[in-house]
Design a protein around this ligand. Sequence first.
Ligand SMILES: [Zn+2]
Ligand SMILES: [Zn+2]
Length: 282
Amino acid sequence: MEFVLRCNVLKCRKELNVSAIVTTCSHVFCSDCANQCQLSGQRDGQQRTCPACDAQLPNHDDVAVTDLNPTEDYKTSVLSGLGPNIIMECAGRALSFWAYQSTTEIVYQEYLAKNLTDKFSTLNAQMDKVIHDANSEISNLRNKIQNMQVDQDTLRRRNKELAQAFREKSKKQMQTQELYDKLKRRSLLGQVQDAASDAVDHTVQASVISSRFVDRVGNQPQNQAQRPTPPLFQHQSASSMQHPGGVGVGGTNVGPQIDHPRRVENAWAGFSSQGSNPRKTK
Ligand SMILES: [Zn+2]
Ligand SMILES: [Zn+2]
């Protein structure tokens, strides 16, 4: 890559291809920067200062405009007429100028490279840290996920066991409930049968007493009114009378319909045989 002159104002650094303003302090500027710093065109009593090194440029030839693409005529005439020593001196100074500019550019590029390298290494370190943090975070999260999966498996297993246990308990509870219902039904049935047989006994006793009273006094309705009959058991005794082999006559109807002692005794025999049945089944 060929070395190209650049404006020595650091904020400008424009490439110089057509023309340049050069100074005897070996600096070079673009025409815009030279105009801004009032380098080009000397005015009376005005002090010119190099914007790059603050050197005073008092003489007229301290600042010159150089055509960077000189014509063949210029190349022919610019040093013509000068002696070999002056020609070599001019060429030597021009080469020194070139060497200074290229060295400055190299220093500048090295400084830039160093800065960029520092920034790069800083960013690299930051990136490494970020990557390291991210990796440790990822491994942490991975561990967490693994732990959670283990927990989830445990909970799932526990849930399964609990569901199984719940099913078994429900089954047992249903069986117990069935058993309880059965026992309750049996107990209620026993109570009902007891009550029914008691009612039958009462009815039969009352009817026996009333029939005796009728035989003696002949006042049947009066005695019927005094006979105690529990209203609760009237229905129950009637239902208990419906067993096969029963008398077939309602317990409450026995009293008023009795006309003869013989029929009462038959009924009594029927009730007693019927009434003893529930007690046997207990
Ligand atoms: Zn410039
Ligand atoms: Zn200078």
